[in-house]
Design a protein around this ligand. Structure first.
Ligand code: GMT
Length: 377
C-alpha cells in the first residue's frame, strides 16, 4: 500500500500545537510517509536530518505598500506549489487560524479534488482567537470546508459545536507522547543540582500566557513550601514572566524558585520533578501534563478543559479547579509526603500515558483518517 504524502503546516515556535504537528510528521515519516513541512520558520523540534522529511520555507515579500506582509497568502501559494511539485495527497494544518484558510486557497488553486485538507483544532484557535468577531465567520467557514477536522479532546469538539454551531463530524484524536523520549529519571546529579537537600521538586512549563494562571502556580508553591522543603522550577517564557518574577520576589521565594527559560528538549529536565503544576484557566488538552506523566511526574492540572480525558483524579494524577488554591495545596502535599502513594500514582501515570496516549496508538488514528479520506477519491 502506498503511504500518503503529507504537507504539514504549524506554528514553528515553541507551543503544544507545533510540538504535536512536528512529532506527528516525524512519526509519519518513520512509517513511510513523505512529509513536507511548509511554514514560515523551521519547526523547533525539526533540527536534524531525517529520511522522508522535507522543509519548505514560506517566502515573504516586503513591499512598502503592505503595512503587514500577507503571510496567509504567501503560505497558500507555497502550499499549492509544494502540493503540485511533490504530488501531495494531504495538506494537514495545525491551528485553524490562519493555516486552514491558506490550505483552503491552496486546494482551490491546485484545482485537484484529490488534494485533501485536514484541519486539527488545538485550543485557543477555537476558545479565544476563533471567537474574535473578526475571525468568527471565517473559522466556522473553514471548519465546514475542510475535508476532515480533528480536535485534540472531546472538550474541544463540544466547545466547537457549542460556539460555532457546527462540527458534529469532528473526529477526536488526542495528543500523544513518545514514552521512549519522555521517561523517568533515576536519582542522580541532575536531581541533586536542583534539590541538593532532597527537597521536593515542583515544576511548571508553558509559554507564560495569562491563560496559564501563573499567579496560582506561585501561590500554590508558596503554601506547599511552608509545609514541605521544596523548590519550584519554572520552564519557558512569555508575556507573564515579569509579573511572575515580581510575585516570586514579593513572596520572598527567590531562593526557592529557579527560572530556566525556554528549553528545546523538555524531556531532559521534566523528569527531575516530583509534581507538575498546570492550573490553567482552561486547557483544551494540556500536552505538558501528558509528557510529565510519561516521565513518572504527577500532574496537578486544571479541571477546566480536556485534561480530565487522560488524568483520573487520585489514580494517575490530580485535577482541581484553577481557583482552588487550598485544594491544590492539600492535594500536592498529600502526594508529596508519602513516597509510596506518589510512586504508585507515578507508575500508573506512566503506564496510561504510554498506552492509549502513546505514539503508536495515536499516529495510527491519523493514518486511518488519511486512508479513509483518500479511499473516497
Ligand atoms: O491554543 C493555544 O493556546 C496554543 C496551543 C499551543 O500551540 O501551545 O495550545 C493548545 O494546543 C496544545 C496542543 O494540542 C494543547 O495541549 C493546549 O492545551 C492548548 N492550549 C489551550 O487550550 C490553552
Amino acid at each position: 500500500m502506498k503511504m500518503p504524502s503529507v504537507g504539514i503546516t504549524c506554528y514553528a515556535s515553541q507551543g503544544g500545537s507545533g510540538v504535536v504537528a512536528t512529532e506527528l510528521g516525524l512519526h509519519l515519516s518513520r512509517r513511510g510517509c513523505e512529509v513536507h513541512f511548509i511554514s514560515g520558520e523551521l519547526p523547533f523540534r525539526l533540527r536534524k536530518y531525517e529520511e522522508n522529511i522535507f522543509y519548505h520555507p514560506v517566502e515573504m515579500p516586503h513591499y512598502p505598500v503592505f503595512q503587514h506582509s500577507p503571510y496567509t497568502l504567501s503560505l497558500a501559494t507555497t502550499m499549492s506549489e509544494v502540493a503540485e511539485r511533490c504530488a501531495l495527497d494531504i495538506l494537514h494544518v495545525h491551528y485553524a487560524i490562519p493555516h486552514a484558510a491558506s490550505a483552503y486557497l491552496a486546494q482551490k488553486m491546485s484545482g485537484r479534488d484529490s488534494l485533501k485538507v485536514v484541519t486539527t483544532l488545538h485550543g485557543t484557535d477555537i476558545t479565544l482567537v476563533g471567537q474574535e468577531p473578526s475571525f468568527f465567520p471565517l473559522t466556522r467557514f473553514l471548519i465546514e470546508q475542510s475535508d476532515a477536522v480533528t480536535a485534540v479532546s472531546g472538550f474541544l469538539k463540544q466547545e466547537t459545536i457549542k460556539v460555532f454551531g457546527t462540527g458534529e463530524n469532528i473526529e477526536v484524536i488526542p495528543n500523544f507522547v513518545d514514552a521512549r523520549v519522555f521517561k523517568p529519571l533515576e536519582d542522580g546529579p541532575l536531581k541533586k543540582r536542583f534539590a541538593p537537600k532532597g527537597e521536593k521538586l515542583l515544576a511548571h512549563a508553558s509559554n507564560f500566557r495569562k491563560v496559564k494562571n501563573l499567579g496560582v502556580v506561585v501561590d500554590v508553591f508558596s503554601k506547599v513550601s511552608e509545609v514541605l522543603p521544596s523548590r519550584l522550577l519554572l520552564i519557558g517564557d512569555g508575556p507573564e514572566m515579569g509579573n511572575v518574577r515580581r510575585q516570586v520576589t514579593q513572596a520572598g521565594l527567590d531562593e526557592k524558585v529557579e527560572f530556566l527559560g525556554h528549553m528545546d528538549s523538555l524531556e531532559d529536565i521534566l523528569p527531575v520533578a516530583d509534581l507538575l503544576l498546570l492550573p490553567s484557566l482552561h486547557e483544551s488538552f494540556g500536552l505538558v501534563a501528558l509528557e510529565a506523566m510519561a516521565c513518572g511526574v504527577i500532574p496537578l492540572a486544571t479541571t477546566r478543559g480536556g485534561a480530565g480525558e487522560f488524568i483520573q483524579d487520585g489514580l494517575n494524577g490530580l485535577l482541581r479547579d484553577p481557583h482552588d488554591v487550598e485544594g491544590m495545596v492539600r492535594a500536592a502535599v498529600n502526594v508529596l509526603v508519602d513516597d509510596e502513594v506518589r510512586l504508585e500514582m507515578a507508575e500508573e501515570a506512566r503506564r496510561d500515558a504510554a498506552g492509549d496516549f502513546g505514539v503508536s496508538c495515536v499516529v495510527k488514528q491519523y493514518l486511518d483518517l488519511y486512508d479513509h479520506l483518500l479511499a473516497d477519491i
